[in-house]
Design a protein around this ligand. Structure first.
Ligand code: 0A1
Ligand code: ZN
Length: 856
């Protein structure tokens, strides 16, 4: 609920060390669905760096009923404790300044906790989420990441399985020897079964591995376990990091606001990122499970052993851990395909954020609600910044710097300055300009001109750093531009170079060339920037055929499609017949990886087109965008019509389903071919047959989505539901596919009708997102229906969820972040809905912060 006063803005510049440190914490839980009792014994010690005392004792606490409290065994009287909405204070004269024992008992109501922060219940199971500031809903504490303590926990409860962090002492007792901030605390209790395995570390230590799930789900844990073991080995071989407890546990829960959480020794996962079987999980699900298991495991060193001093430093753990999980997935699968997928995500989510009202630096300088800053910018752009550092210093120096980071900062709560200093010291370099990537928001825009004379090519780059909310007049950043030079025959005319643009304007000379080369710029997407260059379609087609850098090969095709579609939408241009021919050449080229071919064949998303058109200074028309994509897809399908059935049957993967990258790549291309076939086949017969015959979720779902897109799927929608109604994760997909694939004019009605379905359990975040976000984020033309019905529907549901789950509501408001892109009528309709939300008397501070920024 919104407090009566405006919630305060927290600023990085106000950071101060705490007045007290905590050495040890003993917690005792007596679990009860509505009246859980928590007793704490906390050993505080004075902070000798804070010479401005004496200090009151100020502890965070929220939604707690205080039963009793004492200092050094002397009970505190009611009038000695000042309680407010944020916590409690004890006057300094009652607080021994050099240290004391705090004992306290509180009561909380897990069943009433629908926010899914702190201690809550999911399907009868007790579970916690403490990042960022949930521990204060469990007991009074110094709930800030720079306060690291050793935890001992005892749990009493009427359920068979009682789990917490660290080593199992038996009888619901746990001890974690590694000092940790409270955000890494976890407790899970319930009727759970475990899927077990073990791992021998590089130094020969045995680690027990357990994945806890609801009874019946044990058969869906094998892939997560395999991913975990591979992650553990990878962190040893690539970063020299060994696991540091003799037990590692993962628990799958159904009600979870995010993907997963790296609590020490007891990772808690959204069940969607653990459970998989061929019949119920798609190839994409398998890929995400592998990546997220790795991400949470890697946090053990980058996040847990070395944590963040304060929440402004979130990218210290998140950017680095995303970078590490991307490296791992690249090693496990295909680097090229992974890089393309990551850049697609980055552009769809982070570039969109960076170009709109929610833009903020990778390290923000202020916030009202920290939960609003678990963003694509902190995570994905944070990872890109590390990738650039890696390219700039080189692989050997990167490893040296990381070794120094672990050696110097193990056991500490650190800042971005510490991180940068490690690289400066290990690589003997000055990174002060590079550090602007952490403080300046916005996507740099780069232009390039080419001048060839004699045997010399002169490249001149310019860089502009756009204004973003609260930031103007930015300085040029350091932009590493990996560049290749192609001869007319497609070979490399000169060795690839890393051109480092570190000014607003800079030229580079490449000598010894015979002909003017075709440039392959920003290979591997070596910096998160927008590159503008003068290039013809013939050059794009040339790069699509010849570039030896697979990312740029794909990029050439993407860029080609983008420019054609823009011409079709804005100038009524006809389809350039060379484009379908170029697509055909890739589609039938068996020398290329099928997963790569599938990515080339997929056209830019509707949202990407809307953004591109807006950047040209025009309001995008969602219906025109939809129509142009259809026309171009049809032209490609027509060009390929003689090949499609052959490709489709050649790509079938015989034998039982396997989730490996090779088989998944074939299915992905086959799915793209199916979509093309359906453009040239009147009755969607192939999709219908695929749906009927599919023995795995990837093929069943791609057929269903194709059928719905062509308005041919009524029977299959029902059949899918009948088959899967008992499987909650599959039913989430059933909701999403209907709203995401529905023809634009029907989408709002489909979405509205589905909210009445008996399985629309809207308090479950996965189910809510599957329908509400599926509609608002995955069906551009449906959401932006001219009369504003989509906006009203979306706002109604944000308003409904806010009092129940502010964190998920605030994240979902991002559906409106692009409102200023559109025509005056749509803009006004969206503004009215945003204002309706902003005006609510009891709006959460989470949603108020986001909606306030979007409106400004
Ligand atoms: N640290 C987790 C993400 C996470 C963040 C916040 C949460 O609740 C407020 C939950 C999870 C990660 O990066 O995986
Ligand atoms: Zn993370």
């Amino acid at each position: 609920m919104r407090p009566s006063t405006t919630p305060p803005t927290i600023r990085l510049s106000d950071y101060q060390q705490p007045e007290f440190w905590i050495e040890t914490v003993d917690l005792h839980f007596k679990l009860h669905p509505t009246q859980t009792r928590v007793r704490s014994r906390i050993a505080f010690k004075g902070n000798t760096d804070r010479t401005d005392g004496p200090h009151d004792l100020r502890l965070h606490g929220q939604d707690l009923k205080l039963i009793s409290a004492s200092i050094n065994s002397t009970a505190l009287k009611a009038d000695e404790i000042l309680i407010d909405a944020e916590g409690l204070s004890i006057p300094a004269d009652l607080v021994p300044q050099d240290g004391f024992l705090w004992e306290c008992e509180v009561e909380t109501n897990p069943q009433a906790n629908t926010s899914l922060n702190g201690l809550y219940m999911s399907n009868g199971m007790y579970c916690t989420q403490c990042e960022a500031e949930g521990f204060r809903k469990i007991t009074y504490y110094l709930d800030r990441p720079d306060v690291m303590a050793v935890f001992t926990v005892e749990i009493e409860g009427d359920v068979p399985v009682l789990l917490s962090n660290g080593n199992n002492l038996g009888d619901g007792k746990w001890h974690d020897p590694w000092p940790k901030p409270a955000y890494l605390f976890a407790l899970v209790a319930g009727d759970l079964v475990s899927y077990d395995d073990h791992f021998t570390t590089m130094n020969g230590r045995e680690v027990e591995l357990q994945i806890y799930v609801r009874p019946g789900d044990e058969s869906k844990c094998a892939y997560a376990m395999d991913s975990l073991k591979r992650s553990m080995r990878w962190d040893e071989t690539e970063y020299g990091r060994e696991y540091d407890l003799n037990l590692f546990m993962i628990v799958a829960v159904d009600d979870f606001n995010m993907g997963a959480m790296e609590n020490k020794g007891l990772n808690i996962f959204n069940s969607k990122y653990v459970l998989a079987s061929p019949k119920t999980a798609t190839d994409r699900d398998y890929e995400l499970i592998e990546g997220i298991i790795a991400h949470e495991y890697f946090h053990n060193w980058t996040g847990n052993r070395i944590t963040c001093r304060d929440w402004f430093q979130l990218c210290l753990k998140e950017g680095l851990t995303v970078y590490r999980d991307q490296q791992f997935s690249g090693d496990a699968r295909s680097h090229a395909v992974n890089r393309i997928e990551n850049v697609l995500q980055l552009r769809a989510r982070q570039f969109r954020e960076d170009a709109g009202p929610l833009a903020h630096p990778v390290r923000p300088e202020e916030y009202i609600e920290i939960n609003n800053f678990y963003t694509a910018t902190v995570y994905e752009k944070g990872a890109e910044v590390i990738g650039m550092l890696h390219s700039l210093v080189g692989a050997d120096n990167y490893r040296k710097a990381l070794d120094l980071y672990f050696e110097r900062h193990d056991g500490q709560a650190c800042t971005i300055e510490d991180w940068i200093k490690v690289f400066e010291d290990a690589c003997n370099t000055d990174l002060s300009q590079f550090a602007l990537w952490y403080s300046q928001a916005g996507t740099p825009r780069i232009t390039v001109t080419e001048d060839f004379s004699g045997d010399t090519l002169t490249l001149t780059f310019t860089q502009t750093n756009p204004d973003t909310p609260g930031q103007t007049g930015k300085k040029p950043q350091v932009v590493p531009i990996r560049t290749g030079f192609l001869s007319p025959d497609g070979s490399e005319a000169a060795p690839e170079q890393l051109l480092v643009l570190d000014a607003g304007l800079k030229s580079f000379e490449i000598n010894g060339l015979v002909d003017k080369p075709t440039l392959s710029l920003l290979r591997g997407f070596s910096a998160p920037v927008v590159l503008e260059r003068q290039i013809t379609n013939a050059e794009r087609a040339f790069l699509l055929t010849h570039d030896s850098d697979p990312f740029n090969q794909w990029e050439a095709g993407r860029d080609y499609a983008l420019s054609l579609l823009q011409g079709m939408i804005l100038n009524d241009a006809d389809v350039d017949p060379a484009f379908p021919k170029a697509m055909r050449a890739v589609a039938v080229n068996e020398a290329l990886d099928p997963a790569f071919r599938a990515l080339v064949l997929s056209l830019p998303s509707e949202d990407a087109l809307a953004q591109a058109i807006f950047e040209q200074g025009t309001s995008p028309d969602p219906d025109a965008i939809y129509a142009a994509r259809q026309t171009l897809a049809k032209a490609v399908a027509t060009e390929l019509s003689g090949d499609l059935q052959g490709l489709y049957s050649d790509l079938a993967t015989p034998g039982p389903y396997t989730p490996d990258a090779e088989a998944a790549g074939k299915r992905s291309l086959r799915g793209a071919v199916l979509a093309l076939i359906s453009h040239v086949e009147a009755d969607c017969a192939t999709a219908k047959a695929q749906f009927a015959a599919a023995d795995n979720m990837t093929e069943q779902l791609s057929a269903l989505s194709t059928l719905i897109r062509h308005d041919q799927g009524d029977a299959e929608v029902q059949a899918f539901y009948d088959q899967w109604q008992a499987d909650r994760l599959v039913i989430d997909k059933w909701f999403t596919v209907q709203v995401a694939s529905a023809p634009a004019d029907k989408a709002v009605d489909v979405a509205r009708a589905l909210t009445q379905h008996k399985d629309f359990d809207w308090k479950n975040p996965n189910r809510y997102r599957s329908l509400i976000a599926g509609f608002a984020m995955m069906n551009l033309a449906g959401f932006h229906r001219k009369d504003g019905a989509g906006y009203e529907f979306f706002a109604d549901w944000l308003i409904k969820l806010d009092p129940v789950n502010p964190q998920t509501t605030a994240r979902m408001c991002g559906g409106f972040e692009t409102w200023r892109r559109y025509d005056a009528s749509r803009e006004q309709l969206m503004q009215a809905q945003l204002q309706r939300i902003a005006d609510l008397p009891d709006l959460s501070k989470d949603t108020a912060e986001i909606v306030g920024k979007i409106l400004n």
